[in-house]
Ligand binder design. Sequence first.
Ligand code: NAD
Length: 500
Amino acid sequence: MSTETAEVKLRVGSQWIRSSTHGDSTAVFNPSTGKTIARTPVGSAADVDAAVTAARDAFDEWAETPVVERARVMFAYRELIARHFDELARLVTREHGKTYGEARAEVQRGLEMVEFACSVPTMISGDTFPQIAENVDGETNRHPLGVCVGITPYNFPNMVPLWMFPIAITCGNTFVLKPSEKVPLSAVRLVELLIEAGLPDGVINLVHGGKEVVDALLEHERVAAISFVGSTQVAKHVYQTGTAAGKRVQAAGGAKNHLIIMPDADIEQSAQALAASAFGCAGQRCMAGSVAIAVGSAGDPLLDRLLGVADRLNVAPTDNNDASEMGPVISADHRDRVAGYLDTAGQVGAKVVLDGRDVDAGDSFLLGPSIVDQVTTDMPLWKEEIFGPLLSVVRADSLQQALAIGKTCPFGNGASIFTRDGYAAREFKRHFNAGMIGINVGVPAPMAWLPFTGWNESFFGDLHIQGTEGVHFYTRQKMTLTRWFQSAADSHHDPVWKSK
Ligand code: NAD
């Protein structure tokens, strides 16, 4: 078998091994060339059991390791990621297809998660309440949960795994990662570097595959907690199955993010931000702006400027081409699915004003930036997550109407307003039906120190990913009350506070 199409390995305990499904695998493509570059084993419940058992075996000792020593591994890991930054970015470009610049931005966000994890020692310290009752002191502290699992999507092969295991591991848990079968190579490299940073065997484990492997993880009796990021349908399944099996679950789902452009907005700057939001990473971001609501007179000038910006984009394969400004989508199937919305736009009463099907794709999975105007809320173009470089434009008469549209959206990840009017921005911030809000910001995605606060069908669970909530997700609190009685031998003494 050529190394180009070699099957990716699992990490179980101290070993890199082949899946027990020997040879049964799915293709990993380079979306810029359409060629197969590796194969992901489909995986099995036996693989899962081996990885979870290795993680459970490593747990007691790792949980007892002082948190400053656990954090020290993350400091070393941070240095290794920084040293291999370019290699990691190029790997993302190769297996995912995003541009070199976008891949670097992703690795930077992941690096910041590791930097955040280095601060876990201060974040897991508890509260103390001396003399909360007569001779009684109270305190809280945080304990790890056990074996934690991360199940990740294809669209951020580097960053999303790093949302999970650095915090979980520094909090004292052990981990099993199940990356997207479409982009397993970044996950393998991240795990290799973590081992090089000095992590003891069994603390990080890696399995591969799809539904069968995910379901085995959700139901394994020795798994304590599950972090999931992916589509809403699967997020719901993971949340319901995982919680029914008694596990703590955080499950981030899909999105339909609205960008509201008020008539007083700076149209040139708004158009630049909208194009970056809708077409960046070829629209494959859960925080991508996929619906523009143009309020009042903003519509026509905005479309005019958007067409100008999109026209200047260098849309090209990204492999060995750092000049590309917009790359392909993940697969031929996905490109055809997104193009399907353009095929039917006219039939449902919308108007394609920029048609990405015209692009010269060669063997790549390219689809050009696309804009559909006159979209209404009864159309699949508005109702469904498309997850490609397609911006739907809805016309509205007022901010109130835009807020009302948001209220009927089943998703609730992000939304942004473009305006110079503070009152309109405040109304929007307080009342738009989404958990992450931007004001003159095209992609209001939080960095490591802030929680990723999706609402509605964009998130299932309680404690979100990243920030303090991330640390709380991977730990449980213990409260201790302590009373020391004054012994008979001491009873002739006055308490110290009374002595002169
Ligand atoms: P996906 O749901 O198809 O896959 C996600 C993970 O679930 C993968 O590891 C996959 O192997 C597994 N999986 C797929 N089908 C399954 C099934 N039937 N049962 C059990 N497991 C299954 O998602 P994707 O296509 O890889 O990623 C794109 C999606 O992820 C989009 O919907 C996007 O909005 C979402 N996403 C959300 C966030 C967020 O923070 N809310 C961030 C990134 C991506």
